[in-house]
Structure formats: structure tokens, C-alpha cells
Design a protein around this ligand. Structure first.
Ligand SMILES: Cc1ncc(C[n+]2csc(CCOP(=O)(O)OP(=O)(O)O)c2C)c(N)n1
Ligand SMILES: [Mg+2]
Length: 378
């Protein structure tokens, strides 16, 4: 058994999260209404406690970061459609609570590695909107000097080690990063983000096995958004409760509601403590949903509008705003002001990207990890 029992979602969650793809198990007519009410009341109480655990400024900062990611991604989509961004572009809209909640639970000197759906994670780790937008535009001022693009955001000084395009490719790399920090005797932790479609890969299982065996401070964060490109989880995975897979490695694990930024933060704090104090890894399955297509070129024929709208009812930003308003932590005017400032920041990043120069052709030969064939060499 895992060290922390992985509890499957409650009846309330099952009802909330059931999708037209049948991913969740409990059909609404089997849900016990009384139990549902009790669970909702308990959830409300828990939410109050979570809100009171953070200062006013900390709560506002979580909200600001989520709105920043949302507005940044909306602007990226516009720029992409206008032909200003080339190549692939995978947006994070709908998943903001995962990136913000998890990264708010770590220190600046901790590491983050991710898949290609990483613009939001890079922002949450402290990278500037300017450096990310310029990278999307392929400009010299981008975080990867305009040579990486959407899937290869990177900032060593901030501990953001990519942006990886190969599904699951970052999982062994994060495991190695955690090994390195332990070997060097630091107490840094590594967060490794990946989608649920990466979990069927050997790299995932080999990494988890090694991390538990060698006691590595790595937190494996599966962002379960229910789809790998156009394939639903239900069609691709035999055991769909991904957190349970940790049992195979005696690893601690948890299911987390990915639409609730405070629940995400709290679960991550537990995992971080385990990693920092005891060098123990954790698998978090964070259940979320992407509101946009897989990438900007996805026509989205594999799911219905109604399914998307059902999940949008639990939009993580709207849910958090509602909690803040209900508990009178802020008023609508204050939230609007945050949004206004964030929009300015995003507009500024767009101007910066547009006005920045393209990389010099000479740059083709720098930061390339392949030995160029030397002239005259046989
Ligand atoms: C090894 C490998 N196989 C296939 C692909 C093509 N591919 C790109 S994204 C993707 C789906 C991944 O889905 P998931 O892991 O759930 O992440 P999400 O896109 O939902 O964030 C696939 C199959 C790839 N990039 N790498
Ligand atoms: Mg997915």
C-alpha cells in the first residue's frame, strides 16, 4: 500500500466531474443526495479553513498569477491566429490552479520540469511575461534566445528546466535532478509535471521505481486533463485512477481537485514536506481539464461543446474569485483592478516581443549540443 492512502474521488466529486466520455464512475442517479449535501457542507468548511491559513496578500497573489496565466494564454492565442507565432502552441487555459497552487508551495531555489504545456508554469515560477512572449515570437530576447519557441521555455537561474516536447521525456530528467540535489546535500525539491497520457510510458514507471528505491525528493505531478491529444483517458488506460499506480512502488500518493487552487497548494505542501525532510517522492494526480484544444491547430472533434461547458462551470479562476468574494476577502472592484493591471502586463509583453529583434543568423551555431563537422575532418 502507498504510505498515504489514495482515496478515490468522493460522490460529490464524481458527480461534479463526470464527463460525457464516462471517465468518472458514479452516474448521477446513484448519488446519495444526503451524503452529497453533507460532503458539500464539509467542503465549504474546509475551504474556509484553507482561506484563513493564508494572508490577504498571499491569497491575492494566487489570484493574480492565475489571471496572469489566463490573459497571457488568451493573448498568445490571438497572436498565433494572427500568424505572429509559429510552430506548435499548447495553451494552459483551464489548468491554472494546478500550476499556481503547486508552485506556490515550493521555494524559489526548487526545480520545475514540465512538458510542452508550460507557459503557465514558467510564469508561476517567476519568469517574466516578456521573456515568454518573446520566446513564442522566436525573438532574440526570449528566454531561450528565440530558438526554442512554445515548447522549450527555460530559465536556469529560476530553476525552470524546460519545456520538453517528447511526451514523458522530462520524467527521467526530473528524477535525475532530484538525485543531483540529494547527492549535493541540499534540501531542494523537484516538481515534475506531465499529462496523464505520459503515464503509460516506461519512463514514468522506471522513474517512480528508482525515486522510491533511492529516496529522491521528487514530486511527480500528473495533470490529468482527461485527454492526450484527441484520445480520452477512458479509451487509453486500463487503470484510470492514476494516483493508485504509486502503490506499485510503495510511493505516497493523492488525488487532488485541480480546479481548487487551495486544495492543490495544500496537497503539494504535504508532498514538499515529505520530500524536504525525508527525501521521499510523491505522486499527485491532479484532476483538471483543458478548456482549449490540445494545441492551436486542434479542431476538437473528439468532444462536445456541452462537455467543455460543464467543466467551465468549475473554472478554477471563477471558483477562487467566488470564494474570495464570499468570505469578503476582496470586493469585485479589487478583482477588476488586478485584471486591469495584468492585461497591461500582457500587452507590454506583446509590444516587447513585437519590437524585439530576431536572433542573429550566427546564433544558429551557439547552444547547439551536437559536434559540427569540422571542415577538412575525415
Ligand atoms: C514520445 C512521444 N510520443 C508521441 C508524441 C505526440 N504527442 C504530443 S502531445 C501527446 C499527448 C500527450 O497528452 P498528455 O500527456 O495527457 O498531456 P496534455 O497534452 O494533455 O497536457 C502526444 C501523443 C510525442 N510528442 N512524444
Ligand atoms: Mg492530457
Amino acid at each position: 500500500m502507498s504510505k498515504q492512502t489514495a482515496a478515490p474521488p468522493s460522490a460529490a466529486k464524481a458527480e461534479e466531474q463526470q464527463s460525457s466520455t464516462g471517465v468518472m464512475d458514479a452516474p448521477p442517479d446513484t448519488v446519495d443526495r444526503k451524503q452529497l449535501k453533507q460532503e458539500r457542507d464539509e467542503a465549504k468548511e474546509r475551504q474556509k479553513e484553507r482561506l484563513s491559513a493564508l494572508s490577504h496578500d498571499e491569497l491575492i497573489e494566487l489570484y493574480r498569477q492565475m489571471i496572469l496565466i489566463r490573459r497571457f494564454e488568451e493573448k498568445s492565442a490571438e497572436a498565433y491566429v494572427a500568424g505572429k507565432i509559429g510552430g506548435f502552441c499548447h495553451l494552459y487555459i483551464g489548468q491554472e490552479a494546478v500550476g499556481v497552487g503547486t508552485i506556490s508551495a515550493i521555494r524559489k531555489d526548487d526545480y520545475v520540469l514540465s512538458s510542452y504545456r508550460e507557459h503557465g508554469l514558467a510564469l508561476a515560477k517567476g519568469m517574466s511575461a516578456r521573456s515568454i512572449m518573446a520566446e513564442l515570437f522566436g525573438k532574440a530576447t526570449g528566454c531561450s534566445k528565440g530558438k526554442g519557441g512554445s515548447m522549450h521555455m527555460f530559465d536556469k537561474s529560476l530553476g525552470f528546466l524546460g519545456g520538453h516536447a517528447i511526451v514523458g521525456g522530462q520524467i527521467p530528467l526530473a528524477t535525475g535532478t532530484a538525485f543531483a540535489t540529494k547527492y549535493q546535500g541540499t534540501d531542494q525539491v523537484t516538481l515534475c509535471f506531465f499529462g496523464e497520457a505520459a503515464v503509460n510510458q516506461g519512463a514514468f514507471h522506471e522513474s517512480l521505481n528508482m525515486a522510491q528505491l533511492w529516496k529522491l525528493p521528487c514530486i511527480y505531478i500528473c495533470e490529468n486533463n482527461e485527454y492526450g491529444m484527441g484520445t480520452s483517458l477512458a479509451r487509453a488506460m486500463s487503470l484510470r485512477d492514476i494516483a493508485q499506480k504509486a502503490c506499485a512502488y510503495e510511493m505516497a500518493s493523492e488525488f487532488v481537485d485541480g480546479m481548487d487552487v487551495l486544495a492543490v497548494r495544500e496537497a503539494t505542501l504535504r508532498a514538499v514536506e515529505r520530500a524536504r525532510k525525508d527525501y521521499l517522492p510523491t505522486l499527485l494526480e491532479i484532476r483538471t481539464y483543458r478548456f482549449m484544444g490540445h494545441s492551436m491547430s486542434d479542431p476538437g472533434n473528439y468532444r462536445t461543446r456541452a462537455e467543455i461547458e460543464k467543466y467551465q462551470e468549475r473554472d478554477p479562476i471563477k471558483l477562487f474569485a467566488a470564494s474570495l468574494l464570499e468570505e469578503k476577502i476582496v470586493d469585485q472592484k479589487a478583482l477588476d483592478e488586478i485584471d486591469r493591471k495584468v492585461r497591461e502586463e500582457v500587452e507590454d509583453s506583446l509590444r516587447f516581443a513585437e519590437e524585439s529583434p530576431l536572433p542573429d543568423p550566427e546564433e544558429l551555431y551557439t547552444d547547439v549540443y551536437a559536434n559540427p563537422i569540422e571542415p577538412g575532418r575525415k
